[in-house]
Design a protein around this ligand. Structure first.
Ligand SMILES: Cc1cc2nc3c(=O)[nH]c(=O)nc-3n(C[C@H](O)[C@H](O)[C@H](O)COP(=O)(O)OP(=O)(O)OC[C@H]3O[C@@H](n4cnc5c(N)ncnc54)[C@H](O)[C@@H]3O)c2cc1C
Length: 174
């Protein structure tokens, strides 16, 4: 899509800028991997039905004009319904209104999670467990742990980004 729109961005410059914005605390190898596979990732999304309509500089706010727009301008329109359909076809069982609370840890191996489902604790056994609870940007406690002061901080993260996954992993010595 970028090529068709005549957009050129040097991946080295994107990675350097992202590292700078992350105050060099990020693991650069992840950025290299992400940027090197960004076209593959876009292809994968499109193969799964995701609707992308344009690439631009997001109203002049992007240093690199590589912002991909979903149909309708929202993930709720151009992304989520199609990914949900693809997941449903694979027989995915979504447990909504279910909050992971801790990991099942046996003999040094994570074997699932305990979760709170509408007040009831359930045990979910799993062959593999992925932590995907987002960042820690809505937890003053965890932000302060990084040595940043939060007194005048304006939170622009999602209220759900309280670092639950981070805490669960850290409690096991991650
Ligand atoms: C206002 C705003 C605008 C943004 N705009 C853009 C943009 O235009 N383009 C872009 O690329 N990025 C944008 N971002 C950044 C992007 O949204 C995030 O980087 C991305 O959503 C992170 O994805 P994630 O899957 O890691 O975490 P999240 O999207 O935060 O997903 C984590 C999920 O885990 C759930 N969860 C948390 N704790 C638990 C628990 N204990 N049990 C069960 N579930 C749990 C949460 O409810 C949430 O659904 C924006 C972010 C914000 C806040």
């Amino acid at each position: 899509m970028q090529k068709e729109a005549g957009i050129h961005a040097k991946k080295e410059e994107i990675i350097a800028r992202e590292a700078e914005l992350g105050q060099y605390r990020v693991d650069g190898s992840f950025w290299v991997d992400l940027v090197n596979h960004s076209a593959d990732n876009i292809d994968w999304l499109v193969e799964h039905g995701v609707q992308l309509t344009a690439v631009d500089d997001y109203h002049g706010t992007c240093q690199f004009p590589t912002f991909h727009w979903y149909k309708g301008g929202f993930v709720s329109i151009g992304y989520v319904p199609y990914m949900k359909e693809a997941a449903d076809k694979l027989g995915t069982n979504f447990l909504l209104e279910t909050t992971a609370q801790s990991l099942i840890f046996e003999n040094g191996v994570v074997k699932g999670a305990y979760a709170n489902q509408k007040g009831k604790i359930i045990k979910i056994k799993a062959k593999a467990t992925l932590i995907a609870t987002g960042g820690v940007g809505h937890s003053a406690e965890l932000i302060e742990k990084q040595d940043w002061q939060t007194e005048n901080l304006h939170y622009c993260s999602m209220p759900s980004n309280t670092g639950d996954g981070y805490k669960m992993a850290m409690s096991l010595g991650a």
